[in-house]
Design a protein around this ligand. Structure first.
Ligand SMILES: [Zn+2]
Length: 431
């Protein structure tokens, strides 16, 4: 990989921008920004189950920190099961300590869909019936019934426990991603609502639950099911004949959009609605570096793009530095990690959890940079993904923009972590 020093040039701009998201943002000429959230995603379930897994995660975070990252999107399906593995709490303490030391932002993916909800509740009707003609990329996935009254209470219980363990900076509501079956059961039909209406209503209720349960935290969703340029296009989506066009009405402008679209119209759409966005660009080298760079340059022109995220389904962390370089990140020696987080994440120091809660703001955009930021981060895991029947969220980002064609990309090669042919043209760019 590459050798590149850490620096933070564009970050200054990013901070200024982020701080002005509510204030100075009145500027008609959007300030190009590199964004100051530089996250990486780690699918950590296997690690967190094993003795010593917390250390391994911590090491991965250290490495990411050296590469210039400052936040972790933590994907850990252990948090979606009733019983935590025996070594879990020790691992969690190790991870939390490391994140604090590195001043990493911690976002946790919660609100699972599918099989985990079935297992948790024991209620087969909490998911929609399996489609009669599933496409290959659906594997054994199942999808929550958007009209089932128990979904959000279960999500709340899971979030309360995760909050006790990690006290993260924010949550990704991960269950709203690639919803390929919806409104197929009697309960949904009786509602008389369209899939888009049910989805909008559901996400509104989930946002309200999260904000009530953990006030002031950042709440994020994947863009796709709420994006007219992605999976909420007019017309059907997989087994949902009416599709989800209009579902974006459930997303208020305080919701952070983790945008994995590769169409620039999408970034324009969310910017116009006033939502902050994270450009979730890298996906195992799926786009060539040139294409990625072009998209990055375009996206940077929109206000509200507050940062970048590196995602891998193959535990390929080999091109993290070049990815950051594409986003405009340049290491600058001497910059403290806590000084380059956007206002979105600036919060008062937390002497303890209860006091910290009191200081958190109600909404995302803040024009008043507070004192120091909090921070945590993540880890990764090389293996699995087929370990679960339902990976629930986030599989195959990008390349799944439509009706069941063209995916499978990241879907089916989730074994192992050899990434030799991915990202080849990613190596060492720009050094
Ligand atoms: Zn239903």
């Amino acid at each position: 990989m590459t050798t590149r020093r850490l620096a933070v040039t564009v970050l200054t701009l990013a901070i200024l921008f982020a701080a002005g998201h509510g204030a100075a943002a009145g500027d008609e000429h959007p300030t190009p920004t590199g964004g100051s959230c530089r996250w990486f995603m780690v699918e950590a379930d296997t690690m967190m189950e094993e003795a010593g897994g917390g250390e391994r995660l911590a090491n991965l975070c250290e490495r990411a920190h050296r590469d210039g990252y400052n936040g972790l999107l933590f994907w850990d399906s252990n948090l979606w099961a009733r019983r935590l593995p025996r070594d879990y709490m020790q691992n969690a303490r190790t991870l939390r300590r490391t994140l604090d030391r590195l001043h990493f932002t911690l976002m946790i993916e919660m609100c699972p869909r599918g099989v985990q909800m079935l297992t948790w509740s024991g209620d087969p009707s909490i998911v929609e019936p399996r489609a009669a003609n599933p496409t290959p990329e659906e594997r054994n996935y199942r999808y929550i019934c958007l009209a089932h009254p128990d979904v959000i209470p279960i999500w709340e219980e899971q979030i309360r426990r995760a909050e006790e363990i990690y006290h993260p900076d924010g949550w990704l509501l991960g269950g709203y991603d690639e919803i390929r079956v919806a409104c197929a059961d009697e309960r949904c039909r009786r509602s008389g609502k369209t899939p888009a209406e049910l989805l909008a209503e559901h996400v509104r209720a989930a946002l309200a639950m999260v904000r009530r349960t953990t006030p002031g935290r950042v709440v994020a969703v994947w863009n796709d099911m709420f994006d007219p340029y992605h999976n909420a296009k007019p017309g059907g989506y997989y087994h949902v004949r009416q599709g989800f066009s209009g579902a974006w009405e459930g997303i208020d402008k305080d919701v952070l959009i983790l945008n994995w679209n590769d169409r620039i119209e999408s970034y324009r759409f969310w910017a116009a609605r006033g939502n902050p966005q994270i450009f979730a660009g890298f996906y195992d080298g799926e786009l060539s570096r040139d294409k990625e760079a072009h998209l990055v340059r375009q996206a940077r022109a929109y206000p509200g793009v507050i940062g970048w995220m590196y995602t891998t389904w193959k535990a390929n962390f080999s091109v993290m530095r070049p990815y950051l370089a594409l986003s405009g990140f340049r290491p600058s020696p001497g910059t403290r990690p806590e000084s380059d987080l956007p206002a979105l994440f600036l919060k008062a120091p937390k002497p303890d959890a209860s006091q910290a809660d009191d200081k958190k703001q109600d909404s995302l955009p803040s024009s008043a940079p507070a004192a120091t930021p909090p921070k945590p981060d993540d880890t990764q895991s090389a293996d699995r993904k087929d370990a679960h029947d339902d990976m629930s969220t986030g599989n195959q980002k990008k390349g799944d923009n439509g009706m069941g064609t063209g995916d499978g990309k990241k879907d089916d090669n989730d074994s192992g972590d050899d990434d030799t042919d991915d990202g080849d043209d990613w190596g060492d760019d720009g050094e």
